[in-house]
Design a protein around this ligand. Structure first.
Ligand SMILES: Nc1ncnc2c1ncn2[C@@H]1O[C@H](COP(=O)(O)OP(=O)(O)OP(=O)(O)O)[C@@H](O)[C@H]1O
Ligand SMILES: [K+]
Ligand SMILES: [Mg+2]
Length: 679
């Protein structure tokens, strides 16, 4: 499996430790204003450790300065470590992927039609290659000829081979996957360095990671808080002077660091990276953290039917004649309408007709005009040289077509089409000129386990809408079987976009899942566009997430991760800020107690000495960061419950916990520090 949930190895930890030091570079540190302030403080206390009197006569000794310096240094290192360890996971995954990207040779078609061996790295968009059994597909592309079973385990981890074929929604192939039977001719669709695996590598590695709007807002808030506390500390100096308490520079810095939100400041980026990692562990590639966060707030989910809710291998299973037409006649008409239809549906019609031993003389369709299937017309067929027009397509489309030609609609067409539709199949009507011959029954299967998962979505208050080009009856049957809330039938690509825009206009966040080229615009329009990996290149490029397992309900997991990401960030911010306030009350009394003995009643903590109080608070402030790394990495506990209840629960745990924990922690550390006579 390419992407897996390995435990953090010693190697990752070692790399993360090295990374913690590398990240001390102030240029990279400045992106995190809170930790940058701590780093500046670390630098100043380093100078004080060397020359304690540099800012005037100091009452504290070198040892105290050194102690503050060391604790501050570790605070910065711990924060860096949190980020580095979160990144480490992705780096390890990227390394595994790089191994699958070994250079291969490709057979590239030359101008004269012959094939020449070239290195896969030299292939450009538009080149045509042939891939035979056992060979690795050299780059991403679209099959233009042939049908093959392909082992995609290198990217999906799924060992069962998948069938890929020219035409239709299953024609895209990915570089690095292997042909296990037959051969295919592929038109390359990416230039070197831009392939799917390349994108996967840079994604899991976090190279393309950008702060989400949410993260930027929080970073700004934390920077403002830091500034406020800087002012608070400054005003402390004249107050202390008035009270004849001397506050050393090292003490002021220590106080400042205790007060500014270092806990969340240190963990913020790790939370984001880990959230993205969790998405990848579900075999979903998210192009941006923004998409994952949007998933956490989704109100409506729109799904394409064929290939998303169903497996999408719509196969002809029966030819049904209308009255006064023989079965043989409708079979022949269907064959005629499909001999040049390269879609999987078209080929399955030809296959079934040939199995029923109906054949058509090739000479008859010499020079015929091919009418290719489009999602717009929902028809396909041939215009013969003698003027005969043969069509098959969605029943309503064929009806319109025949009526326009002055033909009449057989009385039992509707009934026969409905019977197929009610069984969940797709009926295609077949006509030659103005005469309708009958129905082709296309069968498809609903993917298992959807109903339960759609029920879960409903419980979370998310509405599911199936949007299909198919007729209303088929749509109704499949909608019922899959358990979606609503459906839109006979939808053209622009109708899918309209459906999304309508929801968005009501202020809702919309997710769309799809697999076809006709879904691409809708995937791009949606706030969260999840493409099936089985789908076309266009769909995968338009989407901001790709599910490697082609499971539309995977969005449920992404929604959970998105929600958890927002909750984790909120919870740790609450904890961090209430923690800092508690620290303030723990150490201020200790500082002023010698000057104002009346304050003794405030000194509920009974800390040993002002110096030990400061140092203990600072040590607590540092070690809380690594202690919370597991929460940042795994995410805060998340249950599918009402948002308000979840919020009050978190406020209770992280807000109250944030107030209480420092009192206990600082007291314990103070006892150790004073017992060891550290200061
Ligand atoms: N090869 C074909 N020739 C003629 N008509 C077809 C062909 N394939 C599909 N159709 C008809 O066109 C309709 C639209 O097909 P399309 O694959 O575009 O559906 P869609 O909009 O992607 O919706 P979904 O994938 O959800 O079913 C089908 O329901 C069917 O009636
Ligand atoms: K702090
Ligand atoms: Mg489709």
């Amino acid at each position: 499996m390419a992407i897996e949930n390995k435990p953090v190895s010693n190697d990752i930890i070692f790399q993360a430790i090295m990374g913690s030091f590398k990240k001390l570079n102030p240029l990279s540190m400045i992106k995190n204003p809170v930790m940058f302030v701590v780093e500046v403080g670390t630098f100043i206390t380093l100078i004080l450790s060397i020359k304690p009197d540099i800012f005037g006569v100091s009452a504290v000794g070198r040892g105290y300065n050194i102690a503050v310096f060391l604790v501050l240094l570790f605070t910065v290192l711990f924060a860096n470590f949190a980020e580095a360890i979160a990144e480490g996971r992705g780096k390890a995954q990227a390394d595994t992927l790089r191994k699958t990207k070994s250079e291969t040779m490709a057979k590239m078609r030359q101008k004269d039609g012959s094939y020449k061996e070239v290195p896969s790295t030299s292939l450009r968009k538009g080149d045509i290659v042939r891939v035979d059994t056992g060979e690795i597909i050299p780059s991403d592309g679209e099959i233009i000829e042939g049908l093959a079973s392909i082992d995609e385990s290198a990217i999906t981890g799924e060992s069962a081979p998948v069938i890929k074929e020219a035409g239709g929604d299953f024609s895209s192939v990915t570089g690095g996957t292997r042909v296990v039977s037959d051969y295919i001719i592929v038109k390359i669709q990416t230039d070197p360095g831009e392939s799917f695996i390349d994108r996967m590598i840079s994604l899991v590695e976090g190279a393309a990671r950008q702060k989400t709007p949410n993260e930027i807002a929080l970073t700004t808030l934390l920077a403002v808080l830091t500034l406020v506390f800087l002012v608070v500390i400054m005003t402390l100096v004249p107050i202390a002077g008035y009270l004849k308490v001397t506050l050393d520079v090292a003490t002021l810095i220590a106080l400042l660091v205790c007060l500014i939100p270092t806990t969340i400041g240190g963990l913020l980026s790790a939370i984001g990276i880990a959230g993205m990692n969790r998405v990848t562990q579900f075999n979903v590639l998210a192009m941006s953290g923004k998409a994952v966060e949007a998933a956490g707030d989704i109100d409506t989910m729109i799904l394409d039917k064929t290939g998303t809710i169903t497996f999408g291998n719509r196969m002809a299973s029966e030819f049904i004649p209308v009255t006064n037409v023989l079965e043989k006649e409708v079979t022949l008409a269907s064959l005629k309408a499909s001999v040049k239809d390269e879609t999987p549906e078209g080929r399955s019609v030809v296959e079934l007709a040939r199995k029923l031993e109906v054949n058509w003389d090739e000479k008859e369709y010499d020079g015929a005009e091919i009418i290719e299937f489009t999602a717009e017309t929902r028809m396909s067929g041939l215009n013969l040289k003698d003027g005969t027009e043969i069509r098959k397509g969605a029943v309503d489309a064929i009806k319109k077509y025949v009526t326009a030609k002055g033909g009449s609609i057989p009385a039992d067409l509707e009934e026969k089409a409905n019977a197929v539709a009610k069984a969940g199949g797709t009926p295609l009507a077949v006509a030659i000129n103005d005469k309708v011959y009958g129905i082709i029954y296309l069968k498809d299967t609903v993917k298992p386990g959807l109903k339960e998962r759609f029920d879960e979505l409903r419980a979370m208050g998310i509405k599911t809408v199936m949007c299909t080009g198919d007729n209303p009856l088929t749509a109704a049957t499949i909608a019922k079987e899959a358990g979606v809330d609503e459906f839109i039938a006979e939808a053209k690509p622009e109708d899918k976009i309209e459906a999304i825009k309508k929801e968005q206009a009501e202020g809702k966040l919309v997710a769309m899942t799809g697999d076809g080229t006709n879904d691409a615009p809708a995937l791009a329009q949606a706030d969260v566009g999840l493409a099936m990996n089985s789908g076309t290149m266009a769909a995968k490029e338009a989407a901001n997430m790709i599910d490697l397992d082609s499971d539309p309900t995977k969005l449920l997991s992404v929604i959970a991760i998105g929600k958890q990401l927002l909750i984790t960030r909120g919870a740790l911010t609450t904890f961090s800020i209430s923690n800092d306030i508690a620290k303030y009350f723990a150490i201020i009394p200790a500082l002023f107690i010698t000057a104002i003995p009346q304050l003794q009643f405030l000194n509920v903590m009974g800390l040993a000495s002002p110096k030990s109080a400061i140092l203990s608070a600072l040590i607590f402030n540092a070690i809380i960061i690594p202690l919370l790394i597991p929460v940042a990495m795994k995410g805060a506990k998340y249950k599918a419950m009402d948002a308000n209840r979840l919020l009050s629960r978190n406020l209770l745990i992280y807000g109250l916990g944030g107030v209480v924990v420092p009192f206990i922690g600082i007291k314990i550390i103070d006892m150790i520090v004073s017992a060891l006579h550290l200061v």
